[in-house]
Design a protein. Structure first.
Length: 318
């Protein structure tokens, strides 16, 4: 029985590392790419074998399992290290709060979502997957958020305390894409983007291709502006994907999570349990924007948690 336990925990260590490494081959197949999303889960599973091997005094296998643990920890650790984004935040500058929520189309907790937005009082609130009757229900927010844009084609609703100038819908496939708009925040013109990409899980290879194309096009589009940029969206991708990293490289944006943890937001089982969830909802900012805080909101019936971000603009002119 003890030998069986040894074999099991050896296998567990090796499998978690193998799955983690296979995710980096995602360019060759969408199912391999999906494996890259579960870095947190691989790390948590790889914590168990070293404990077992210490208790059973099998020190060679402890060293092997500990090396596997380190390999699984390596992609997670940088997100907890101090970041320039969240340091030296000018305390006297106005705070812009962003609220992002993929509502899940069959979710009926309308009043709970509206109450949360009213209590958080964001500058801009973005709702994704907002199919009927969500647009009608969200009209209760208009008293607090006088500026509203509905992108029915891509199921996005935006409520704002600042004017949304020249909004444009960028459509991918039949019902996903992003909205770009000019907004004035802290006395400067900012390019604001609300995005939702296809999920490769739900519609397979075509969704995989559309998502990747949208991310690349967003990277090129954002690269072309000299304005400060703020992006919020469910990108259906985690920070460890090469497609995400290519978009970041093209756009020059930074993930507001940096230094504050991976903050998982989505799970088909229970998004309020971090170790069952993955971080696919993002807020991204350009140079000159600092992050005061990023956190997830309360569970309100969706397979996503809201993502709430407080940003501050540098005092220097852009």
């Amino acid at each position: 029985m003890k030998k069986l336990g040894v074999y099991f925990f050896i296998l567990l260590s090796l499998v978690t590392v193998l799955l983690s490494l296979l995710g980096y081959l995602g360019k060759s197949h969408l199912y391999l790419e999906l494996l890259v999303n579960f870095k947190l889960q691989y790390f948590l599973l790889s914590l168990i074998p070293p404990i077992f091997f210490v208790i059973t005094r099998r020190f060679i296998w402890f060293i092997v399992s500990f090396l596997c643990l380190l390999l699984n920890f390596a992609p997670i650790a940088p997100w907890y290290l101090p970041s320039a984004l969240s340091y030296h935040v000018p305390s006297a500058r106005p705070v812009t709060r962003l609220f992002l929520f993929n509502v899940l189309h069959q979710n009926t907790q309308y009043s709970e979502a509206i109450s949360l937005v009213k209590s958080e009082q964001p500058t801009i609130a973005v709702f994704l997957e907002a199919t009927a009757p969500w647009p009608k229900e969200l009209q209760a927010l208009q008293a607090d958020f006088p500026y509203h844009y509905t992108a029915k084609k891509i199921q996005i609703e935006i409520y704002s305390k600042v004017e949304l100038k020249n909004p444009v819908i960028h459509l991918y496939g039949t019902y996903r894409g992003f909205v770009s708009s000019q907004v004035r925040l802290d006395d400067r013109e900012v390019l604001f983007v609300a995005a939702h990409t296809y999920s490769p899980v739900s519609i397979g290879k075509q969704g995989f291709l559309w998502r990747n194309q949208q991310l690349e096009d967003m990277g090129n589009y954002l690269q072309a502006t000299d304005k400060p940029i703020v992006v919020v969206g469910d990108l259906n991708i985690t920070m460890w994907s090469r497609y995400y990293q290519k978009m970041i490289q093209l756009s020059g944006l930074h993930n507001t999570r940096a230094g504050l943890g991976i903050l998982p937001t989505q799970s088909i089982i229970s998004p309020q349990i971090p170790w069952l969830s993955i971080p696919i909802d993002h807020s991204l900012v350009s140079k000159g924007v600092k992050v005061k805080d990023v956190r997830t909101g309360a569970y309100i019936g969706s397979d996503h948690l809201p993502l709430i971000t407080d940003i501050v603009f540098d005092e220097v002119d852009f």
